[in-house]
Design a protein around this ligand. Structure first.
Ligand code: SF4
Length: 382
């Protein structure tokens, strides 16, 4: 918070109320994995009480017509980004520089401004937030038999940078933005309070299908190391034809802001690094540039601890850093899920079978991938 009030937090809650009151809009809401680990703090709920089921009930009471889960799109991201990684690895294109994850807009912007010459090393996969919006306005709109323009897609995110990401000209299909409105966890708390909703009194309700179905691999996206771990689970399956132990890649989980691990997938050595915090990202890139380290796949999250420590999450009165316990909550949820591999998500399988064809197909490229070079940082030409 700015001590002199010179900087103000952008508040989009009125736009949410306007959309909910518009009879011409079909309101679809997605909830990011990290939000479920933190939203209950503002209402004094224990972590086990602040469930996605209560969140679904609360969002329906607010008036959202379809309550979905960004975790569905996290599973989809793994299918696309994991396939891209294997493609790059097998094509031998990762000898000097790794593939960088692209789901954190804070990191993407940092790389483009500080090391623009490395932009092409970013995965071309859109973030789960954007993939979700793109699928909601194509496959889901088609399922409903409505024009994509009727769908108003709202995201509840732990992140303020997601607002800017959703407004990038590249995060649109045929000129239509994938996502229409992004609310932070703090804004969600504000609209629930404005409607006098007490989540503690609400029942557990299931999110809607198909975009509310997810696996444990999608849940861990909200913690540092989660994207890497989920991708390795599916990459191991693709290369060997059988599922590994879902905890086989636990070495990349929550830990110091810069950590590394090496694995062998079907005889192929894979060198990984996981980074959270942009100071650590700079250290890693300087080491890569100096030739001191070599990796194949690098996950970077701008916020310490990943999205659970995001800039849109509740701020506790004690100013305590809670990302450790929030991250642990996501790993507990992953362990409790009956399915822990993104490639086993039945609705992601249906999406490929009925609509996209296969990962990296032409349709998947059009809807789920982007060109990071197609937009410029303010005042900078690449
Ligand atoms: Fe947003 Fe932080 Fe998550 Fe990046 S790590 S997506 S900036 S909340």
């Amino acid at each position: 918070h700015c001590p002199v009030g010179g900087l103000r937090e952008r508040d989009d809650t009125q736009r949410a109320f306007a959309a909910l009151a518009d009879p011409d809009k079909i309101t679809v809401v997605q909830v990011a994995p990290a939000v479920r680990a933190a939203w209950g703090e503002a209402f004094g709920l224990k972590r086990e009480e602040a469930t996605m089921g209560r969140m679904a009930a609360a969002l329906r009471r607010l008036g959202f017509q379809y309550v979905f889960d960004t975790n569905f799109a996290a599973d989809l991201t793994i299918m696309e980004e994991g396939s891209e990684f294997l493609h790059r690895l097998q094509a031998g294109g990762l000898t000097r520089w790794p593939m960088f994850t692209s789901c954190c807009p804070g990191w993407v912007r940092f790389l483009k401004s500080q090391y623009p010459e490395l932009t092409h090393q970013l995965s071309s996969a859109k973030s789960p937030q954007q993939m979700f919006g793109s699928v909601a306005k194509s496959w889901f709109a088609q399922t409903l038999g409505v024009a994509p323009e009727k769908i108003f897609c709202v995201s509840i995110m732990p992140c303020v940078a997601k607002k800017a990401e959703s407004e990038l000209p590249t995060m649109a299909v045929d000129g239509r933005p994938d996502v229409d409105l992004v609310l932070t966890t703090r804004e969600l708390v504000r609209i629930l309070r404005a409607d006098k909703l007490d989540p503690a009194l609400l029942p557990e309700e299931e999110p809607d299908s198909p975009l509310g179905v997810h696996t444990g691999a999608g849940v861990i996206f909200g913690a540092t190391g989660g994207v890497m771990e989920a991708a390795l689970r599916t990459a191991a399956y693709v290369l060997t034809g059988k599922n590994p132990d879902p905890d086989a890649f636990a070495a990349v989980r929550t830990g110091p802001g810069l950590r590394e691990a090496a694995f062998e997938l079907a005889g192929i050595p894979v060198r990984c690094a996981v980074v959270s915090g942009l100071g650590n990202a700079r250290k890693l890139i300087e080491r890569l540039k100096a030739g001191k380290v070599h990796y194949d796949f690098v996950e970077v999250m701008a916020c310490p601890g990943g999205c659970v420590g995001g800039g849109g999450q509740p701020i506790s009165v004690e100013d305590e850093e809670l990302y450790g316990v929030r991250g642990q909550r996501l790993y507990d949820l992953d362990r409790a899920e009956p399915i822990r591999f993104s490639h086993e998500n039945p609705q992601v399988q249906a999406l490929y079978r009925d609509f996209l064809g296969a990962p990296l197909s032409q349709k998947a490229e059009e809807l789920l991938h982007t060109d990071h070079k197609a937009w410029e940082m303010p005042g900078q030409r690449q």
